[in-house]
Design a protein around this ligand. Structure first.
Ligand code: MG
Length: 203
């Protein structure tokens, strides 16, 4: 399986990192070794002094597809959840300055914690879902999918022009504003429409 990630998909987050609002989805990949599941702790890697949390809505692909039209994209997923796109911001900054790829900063081992999934049918409107991340009990990120620059269906249509989507592939759909560093002993909890779906500690 592969993990497809979308960057700068919320204008307020693009702004907080001084990035332009993109005219098409910004796409990067993480390998399957980036996954961290079942609430296992995340160990801050020694190569970074500034690992940031990015809470993201995650879509699990349920059907193989390529060149998917936006109007049929909803047929390619039946579950959504929450994940964290951990980012070594210091390394990413160096990569950006040199015009180099981001993989070292984004795709390292366990950089993609993944929570529980829920059925899409449980929600009335996927374009109005609240996302909330608490760090040590305090809300640090709060967003709503209505503020996504590119919707789930637009993302699926776009990325499937380049990559065949396979069953079990994951799409991390971008983070709202409020990203920030994690430290040892932090406790992260992510909520989708008020439901706790991801919950783990940082070490
Ligand atoms: Mg992200």
């Amino acid at each position: 399986m592969k993990i497809i990630c979308i960057g700068r998909n919320y204008a307020d987050h693009a702004k907080e990192l001084n990035n332009a609002v993109p005219s098409e989805p910004v796409v990067f990949l993480k390998p399957d070794t980036a996954l961290l599941k079942e609430g296992k702790p995340f160990y801050i890697p020694e190569f970074s002094q500034n690992v940031h949390h990015e809470l993201e809505l995650v879509v699990k692909i349920s059907k193989v597809g390529k060149y998917i039209d936006e109007e049929f994209a909803h047929k390619y997923y039946s579950e959504i959840g929450l994940g964290i796109d951990f980012t070594a911001r210091d390394l990413q900054q160096q990569c950006k300055e040199k015009g180099l790829p981001w993989e070292k900063a984004k795709a390292f081992d366990h950089s993609a914690p993944l929570g529980k999934f829920v059925a899409v049918n449980d929600f009335d409107d996927l374009t109005n879902l609240s996302l909330e991340l608490k760090k040590n009990g305090e809300i640090v990120q709060a967003g709503n999918t209505k503020d996504m620059l590119f919707s789930i269906d637009q993302i699926i249509s776009f990325v499937s022009q380049y990559f065949t989507l396979k069953v079990g592939d994951l799409i991390y759909t971008g983070t709202p504003a409020g990203v920030g560093p994690v430290s040892p002993n932090d406790h992260l909890q992510g909520y989708l429409n008020g439901n706790l779906l991801i919950d783990f500690k940082v070490k």
